[in-house]
Design a protein around this ligand. Sequence first.
Ligand code: PEP
Ligand code: MG
Length: 574
Amino acid sequence: MSFTLHGIGVSPGIAIGVCRVASHTRIEVAHYVLSSQSLDKEVARFDHAIATVRNEMEVLRKQIPVNAPAELSAFLDMHQMILDDAMLSDVPRQLIHSQQCNAEWALAQQMEHLLEQFDAIEDAYLRERKADVVQVVERVLKVLLGHPDNLPSTESNLADCILVAHDLSPADMISFKRQRYSAFITDVGGATSHTAILARSLGIPSVMALHSAHELIRDNEIMIVDGDQGVVIVDPADNELEEYQLRQEQWLLEHQKLRRLSGSRSATLDGLDIELFANIELPDDVTAAKQAGATGIGLFRSEFLFMNRTDLPGEEEQFDAYRAVATEMLGQPVTIRTLDIGADKPVGGLTDNTLNPALGRRAIRLCLSEPAMFHTQLRAILRASHYGQVRIMIPMLCNLQELRMTRQALMRARASLEADGIPFDAQIQLGGMIEVPAAAMMAHAFAEQLDFLSIGTNDLIQYTLAIDRADDGVAYLYDPRHPAVVQLIAQTIRAGSKLGKPVSICGEMAGDPRLTRLLLGLGLRYFSMQSASLLSVKQQVLKADMQKIALLVQKILKTTDEDKLDSLYARLNQ
Ligand code: PEP
Ligand code: MG
């Protein structure tokens, strides 16, 4: 039966494919009663399956390319840990005996039991590890049932598949960077949640906040995902399929045309140079950044090195990751943001399960309260600064005391490297993110003390308008053009330019071509965004007439009436 669902389009493009519904194990497991004499044999069959999967994981580990991101092996570590846990590798053996049942049934029963326990866990990160337990169990079941191995990295035809999930965590999305689905859809999530940001970084269509997609859609159904309009059509009619195939071709054609802009100078019609930097989550993302023609990395979200693993990355591992980016960018700026975990990016063991994590101990607050961990990261970033133009950026500053304490931590890291005789860039720049309204209102004070500022509009909007950026229930209030938001951005840019300190925007606003003229008119000269958006923004920059834009944006700054604003924005983007 054909039906249509409406949600929030968070990553543009059109995909047509076969649904893969993420659920508890999809493998059907039969239950049969065994005679007492065959129970030992059944336990041996179970042990053999566990040993086979352990072996497969070892083989997989040996196949990891040397330059693969660290979290791939961390992901394997976690799966190995789950496999070796007595709850999975031993309890089913007892169940086989006590229930006189087959190994598959015992394992599936134990998995359901474990998943119920996961549901009751308060820690969001640990709760999300449910999916890992299911994946490990599926692998053991496949061996028991004699199915061929189906390792995540060797899944063959994902390019035609659309993943349908109730929710995906940023950590899940990072794992999907290697499993190329053609689109994602989820029941929950907001357009600037980190999951949505990662979907955009994959450059594949994605729709969120569909509420009941996961319930309504079945495996193997054909589906259309329109990431621009936020529309999903399940089991489409022939004429709908034809229409969307056509639109998909047009979209791809436009995309190809955009690619031609990657090497051209980024300047407005009047010849004003505009820097277009890329946001990255992992060192591998540099390839896409360079392909899009980014002239620097304006935001390296270092916290993604800390995800999908049970331990913290040490200094060497972090150094390797930061140096790889610095080296590849060949002297262009690489802005490494210090760890910004918490809120919708929990990292097991480090983040609190407070009532409102977005207002809790996250980002610089957390780093300052974990001095050893912060010291390790600062040393690693400083060491990498010897290999390129690395800059340090502090997230979520809200007062000058935090800045002072960060400086002290930085001085300690520098002194320790000097004592060890390890080289680093003594002129390394220190910048801060303006993403709390308090910081925007006193941007001049931060600009005085820092080398550069970068406005994190995702959080700035969240905190100014008091709406959780990951909650689709209040997504309708998430308004980058809200006069209060625009005033705070304008104020921050003015504060920086008065003191000759560069100000960039690295929130999602910078990557939205519908807002490029507004930001140019507010005086923004440095944009940093997901590589997938860079060329659409460049196209807007190339068409921008600064004189006309400046006049209209001055009017926008003086207007609060919504109808008048709508017409001014329409004229601005004409
Ligand atoms: C922001 O808040 O705008 C930002 C760039 O940081 P993040 O999205 O990682 O919170
Ligand atoms: Mg932020």
